[in-house]
Each structure stands twice: as C-alpha cells, then as structure tokens.
Write a protein that binds this ligand. Structure first.
Ligand code: AMP
Length: 546
C-alpha cells in the first residue's frame, strides 16, 4: 500500500522560496573586489537571481546549459548558484587554482555555454578562450565602472546585464533528479573528473548539514564559508544557510587574509565558519599575535585534510571554539562524517580524549560506510583493523560526468571506493590512517604524484623515481621526491628541482629530494608507496616552517 502524502520534489527552488518568504530580511554580507563590503538581504539576493535567470534566457542559454563560474565567495556567486540551478541549468564551479590546461580541459569537457568570471580571473580565461570554442559568451562579475578592457569574445558586464532584466521569473517545476551543479575533482589520477550533483542530493545534504550533530545551524547563526564556492559548493553551506535562514558572510578574494576574517567574525556576528586547516593556522597565529578575540565564533568545521590536534586545542582553549572535524569528498557533496561529541566521548579525559578528537567522526545519517581488506572482505568496526573505506548514500555520486562507468571508483554493487584507508571503532568513529590514491593534498589542493614521477623519470640521471606526501605544519602535506640514480651519473637535488621547474607548476615542486639505493616493490613488481612511506616515516622536511 502506498502512503497518501504529497509528492513534492526536493529542489533548491524550494529552499530558495523558503528563504525568501520566511527570512527575507536576513543579511548576506560580502567582501568583493569592486566594493569594500557589500550588504543586502535574502530578498534582494533572490530578486536579483530572478533577473539573472531572465538574463540567462536573454543570452540564449539552453534550458539545461552548463554555465561555468570562475569566482570567489561573494553575493554575485550566490545569485549564480540559485539562478543557474533553479532555472534548470547546471552551475559548473571551476577551481581557478588549477593550471590553465586543466581549466581549458574541464570547460570543454563540461561543454560550458557561458562562463561568469571574477575580475581577478579574466586574464586566466583570456589565455585559454581561443581553445574553448564551445563557450558562447563570458560575463565579468562586476559593474560598468570596473569593467576591464578584455580580449574575451562576446563579453558582458554582470551588472549591466542584470539591470536590463525584469525581476519576475516563473521558476520551472523541476524533477528532483535534475542536475543542479558540476564540480571537477583532481583528487584522482588522470584528467579531472566531473561530479554532477542534482537538486535532490543538494537538498538532502543541506538538511543533514543543518542537524545538531552536524553543523547545527539556525536562523541565529552567522555563517562564514572560507572554503571556496568552487570547492564542492562551499561544502553546501550556501544551501544549508538559506534552509535555516542564517546570515551569510562571504570573504570574497580575501579568504587568506586573517585580519579580514577576524574583522568579519567579530564585526558581522559570525558563529560558524568552515575551511581547510591551512586557512586556520594564520587566523590562530594572527589572533595570538594581536590578542584579538574571535567571539562570537563558536564552531569551526575543519576538513579536506586531517586537522592536527594542536589546532583543535588552540581553538578550544584560546577561543572556546568547538572544531567539528569533518571528512568528505567532492564525490560526496561533500560531507561524509563529522566528529560531534556523544555523552561518552565528552566524558573522556587525557590521552583518550586527544585520540578521540583526531577522529574524523561518525557517518551522517544518509551515508553508509564500510571497510574492506585486500580481498574485498568486510572488516569489523573494532577501532584496530584498517581497511579501504567505501561509501554509499543519498548524496554520493554514482558515476562521473561523461565517463559512462569508466571512472574506476565504483564497485559492481554500487559502493564508491574513496581511496582513503581507515579504521572505525565500535561506536562508528572513523579515523583516516592513510591514502591509497596516488595524490598529495597541499593546502586543500591536489598534486599528482604520478605526474611528478613521470616528469622526474625523464631526467637523464634518474633510474627510478617515487613521490610521496610528507607532513608539513602549514600545508598539511608537501611532495618529497625519492630517487634511485643511474650508476655513474652525477646529480644533485637542485638539478632535479630545476628540471621539474620547467615541467610542472611551481607549487607542485617537491620540497626535497632524497636519494636511495632502491625503491620497495610489491610482489607484482609495482612500486609500494605504503612500504616507502613506512621507510621514510621518520623523515622531516628541511624547512617545515616555510
Ligand atoms: P576533495 O574531493 O578534494 O574534497 O578531497 C577528498 C579527500 O580529501 C578525501 O578522500 C581524503 O583523502 C581527504 N580528506 C578530506 N577530509 C579529510 C580529513 N578530515 N582528514 C583526512 N583527509 C581528509
């Protein structure tokens, strides 16, 4: 027997309508490149989103167009999030920190019809526009006064475009499985892979993120997403905040300026923030040096890389801020687990408490976890045994965009293989111990060890090369190049670094080079990174404070 309840689709339009009707006066405050501090309300934001939806139609964007954005966190990006997705189109957030060739690849792979771009990234697009023939036009996210001279073809000014549009728009009735957003991840080997979110997954993520044992959001909160809007929809906060009617505070291009973040926190009543550990360190240092309080901040969601204990303790002991240590992935919209206390964990003391704080937490309801051994046998949750972490759930991707099952990350029964290695204790608390995928995460951005190895192997003095990530206090991880020299050839680390300098981006360059007599291999002759990491467990970078 079927129930007799209404069948209302889960769409971002529903969240937007709720925000506009029930929290019309709630503020959205943004630092932007073209005005120091912009302030308006939800009502203003969604009125302009309607104008923007009309503008997309006037530009001739297809009903299901992929529309790219290359932008920092601010109110115009927020308008784009809703106008693009709720008009039935796909908001493709592009990471401006990728290399030009990667940006070009993903714009073409996504088949973006239009790209909206912040002033800061116009030059980046100019360099590749000729290689992106499918893009029908560009919109610079600024006003007429700040419109740059640019070689971009068919270019428009955002404010001029909006000004000519009506502010009424009939949002289409969408199926909840309509694609809403697209985000490419380079956290795997090979070309970046597209994760195509839909309205249903985004709404379910927003509801769950707002739960008390997740981010615990309400209309009384001020939310500062430091995590960029091009990183998995700023971890879903622009949707979760509107769902509950929280104030939104956007750092714009100043997300790495601790004094700006501290001003926003104290001046705008920020109670919740979110970001990778790398952005937290300067904020904590700045607060310590200046003696500034971070009140009224009470929670900080930290994820993307393991959060060090010293950071969790500094927030707690100096500022009374609870770190919500979270784990997730682009493929998971992104939240998988959050370390929120239970009565039992809150009662722990001493070393047991410290250990527990390092856990990435329990699965959010709607996400299932399992760990398996090398033969794909499920391992017990005993807090000891370590295995490959696999997930499935309401907001986990079931395939990559336009890869038709060739993404290599899904098992036949549908479980998604995360590439992370962990243990899970009997209460469901997960602890990441290693990574099976051959990538290094530095300051929240991925570096491909395989690409670095291939480049190093091209050097005439290198017989074999391996690149592993080693701990770094600021960047969490930095690449270390381990080399077996060809016999009889003289080479020093500087030779290899300058060789790589001509072949990879500067921030990819290994922090050090170690020469060894041989590299460890598995029984099948593959390089064993696991064994290499064990052998170099005591290695410390020469300048780990850089
Ligand atoms: P991304 O798709 O770029 O968000 O990266 C996801 C990956 O980042 C995960 O598969 C992990 O390898 C890593 N990661 C995310 N959060 C954490 C965390 N809290 N601790 C350790 N690693 C993490």
């Amino acid at each position: 027997m079927q129930g007799l309840m209404m069948d209302m689709p889960l769409t971002l339009t529903m969240i937007m309508r709720h925000g506009e009707r029930s929290h019309a006066a709630r503020q959205i405050v943004s630092v932007t490149a073209d005005s120091p501090l912009h302030r308006y309300t939800y009502a203003d934001c969604f009125r302009r989103a309607r104008q923007l939806a009309n503008a997309l139609g006037a530009l001739g964007a297809s009903p299901d167009a992929r529309v790219g954005t290359l932008a920092w966190n601010d109110y115009r990006h927020m308008e784009l999030y809703y106008a693009i997705s709720c008009s039935g189109r796909v908001c493709h957030t592009i990471n401006p920190r990728l290399f030009d060739a990667q940006i070009e690849y993903i714009i073409n792979h996504a088949e973006d019809e239009f790209v909206f771009v912040d002033l800061a990234f116009v030059g980046k697009l100019e360099a590749i526009a000729a290689q992106c023939p499918g893009v029908r036009g560009y919109v610079v996210m600024t006003d007429a006064a700040h419109m740059p001279a640019t070689s971009l073809p068919n270019v428009h000014c955002y404010e001029t475009l909006l000004a000519g549009q009506r502010d009424d728009f009939e949002w289409p009735a969408l199926d909840e499985r309509t694609a809403s957003g697209l985000c490419y991840t380079s956290g795997t080997t090979g070309n970046p892979k597209g994760v195509l979110y839909n309205h249903r997954s985004a709404v379910m993520m927003a509801y769950t993120a707002a739960l008390p044992d997740a981010v615990n959001l309400s209309a009384n909160d001020g939310v500062l997403p430091i995590v960029p809007m091009f990183h998995v929809n700023a971890w879903g906060l622009p949707f979760a905040a509107v769902l509950v009617g929280a104030k939104l505070v956007f750092p714009g291009p100043r997300l790495s300026a601790p004094e700006v973040l501290a001003d926003l926190i104290t001046g705008e009543g920020v109670t919740v923030s979110a970001g990778v550990p790398t952005v937290c360190l300067p904020l904590l240092d700045y607060a310590a040096q200046t003696g500034r309080s971070l009140a009224p901040l009470s929670r900080f969601v930290i994820g993307g890389s393991a959060c060090p204990l010293s950071m969790i303790e500094a927030f707690r002991d100096r500022h009374g801020v609870k770190v919500l240590h979270a784990w997730g992935m682009t493929e998971m919209s992104p939240l998988g687990t959050v370390n929120a206390d239970t009565p039992e964990t809150a009662a722990l003391g001493g070393a047991a408490r410290s250990e527990q704080l390092l856990s990435q937490g329990r699965a959010l309801p709607g996400v299932e976890l399992k760990i398996t051994d090398e033969d794909n046998r499920e391992l017990p949750w005993d807090g000891q045994q370590v295995g490959a972490l696999k997930v499935r759930g309401l907001w986990v991707c079931r395939d990559y965009y336009r890869l038709d099952g060739q993404g290599g990350a899904h098992e036949a029964d549908g479980w998604f293989v995360t590439g992370d290695i962990c243990s899970i204790d009997p209460n469901g608390f997960m602890r990441i111990t290693d990574r099976a995928k051959d990538v290094i995460k530095s300051g929240g951005e991925w570096i491909s060890s395989i690409d670095l190895e291939n480049a190093a192997m091209g050097h005439p003095a290198v017989a074999e090369a391996a690149v592993i990530g080693v701990p770094h206090p600021k960047w969490q991880e930095r690449p270390l190049l381990v080399v077996v020299k060809k016999s009889g050839v003289a080479v020093v680390p500087a030779d290899l670094i300058s060789w790589l300098g001509e072949r990879v981006a500067k921030w990819w360059l290994p922090d050090d080079v170690v020469f060894v007599d041989e590299l460890p291999h598995t029984a099948t002759g593959k390089l064993s990174k696991l064994e290499l990491r064990k052998r170099l467990a005591d290695y410390r970078l020469p300048d780990a404070s850089a």
